[in-house]
Design a protein around this ligand. Structure first.
Ligand code: PXP
Length: 255
């Protein structure tokens, strides 16, 4: 009997910092959120240090690196400033994301094909420092091929369009699910470790959790929003349970 392949949950705590920063004080504290995530069964903590520092701060990254016993996944733009910060903290992992100041959230994957030249040295510098690098990309074969060319060991598939389809274009949902599943299979066939995230909710997580090549999901906004109603520990535990149940179905199918 083969065990179900493991599926890790990285809890993104950016929006705890968004609420804190709305009043400029120190409450609610992202570090406390990370401690609750540890207790609730998260496998890692994810935080995006944006260039405009709209939520997570440099101090948050310092404290998360020092005080949280789980792997830290630092989301960052592929810029010299951010690379220097990442090299100072040497998080377990760094996920390179595109960043535009005016966007509300990360609105699309990194264009690795177009940006190969400037992304490759960042990947190399982080790898040399022992940081596990992932590239946040659209579920698109050309992007996965480019990720391999520049030596990234991990990709995170952008689930934004898939989640949008669930909300606003239900007729397109199955096609988007298949696009993700196909990209996950293709990435794994290239030897990439495949992660996924962005916009996932209780409604949309299970079909992604059932995609066997996917090793990790990074989820933030929905978990933090739901925590307003049920508490953070409960919202993480529920997400974890939905992921685990979906993955167990795949495991059962493998037996
Ligand atoms: N993965 C990446 C690379 C992201 O940029 C984000 C958003 O910061 C997430 C996952 C989590 O997305 P959400 O907050 O919508 O769950």
């Amino acid at each position: 009997m083969r065990p179900a392949p493991a599926l890790r949950l990285g809890v993104n705590i950016d929006h705890v910092a968004t609420i804190r920063n709305a009043r400029g004080g120190d409450h609610p504290d992202p570090l406390r959120a990370a401690e609750i995530a540890v207790a609730a069964g998260a496998d890692g903590i994810t935080a995006h240090l944006r260039e405009d520092r709209r939520h997570i701060s440099d101090r948050d990254i310092e404290l998360l690196s020092k005080e949280i016993p789980l792997p830290l996944n630092l989301e960052m733009a592929a810029t010299p400033d951010m690379t220097a910060i990442a090299l100072r903290h040497r998080p377990h992992a760094a996920c390179l994301v595109p960043e535009k100041r005016e966007e509300r959230t990360t609105e699309g994957g990194l264009d690795v094909v177009a940006g190969e030249k400037h992304i490759a040295p960042v990947v190399q510098a982080l790898r040399d420092a022992g940081v596990r690098v992932s590239l946040f990309v659209e579920p698109d074969r050309r992007q996965l091929d480019a990720a391999v060319r520049i030596g990234a060991p991990v990709v995170e598939l952008h689930t934004g369009t898939y989640c949008e389809a669930w909300l606003h274009h239900r007729e397109a949902f199955e096609a988007e699910r298949l696009r993700l599943a196909e990209a996950a299979d293709y990435g794994a066939s290239l030897g990439l470790e495949v992660h996924a995230g962005h916009g996932l909710t209780y409604d949309t997580v299970a079909p992604v959790a059932k995609m066997k090549p996917i090793a990790e999901l990074n989820i933030g906004h929905f978990i933090i929003g739901e925590a307003i109603f049920v508490g953070l520990e409960e919202s993480i535990r529920t997400m974890r349970r939905l992921m685990d149940e979906a993955r167990a179905e795949v495991g059962a199918a493998l037996k």
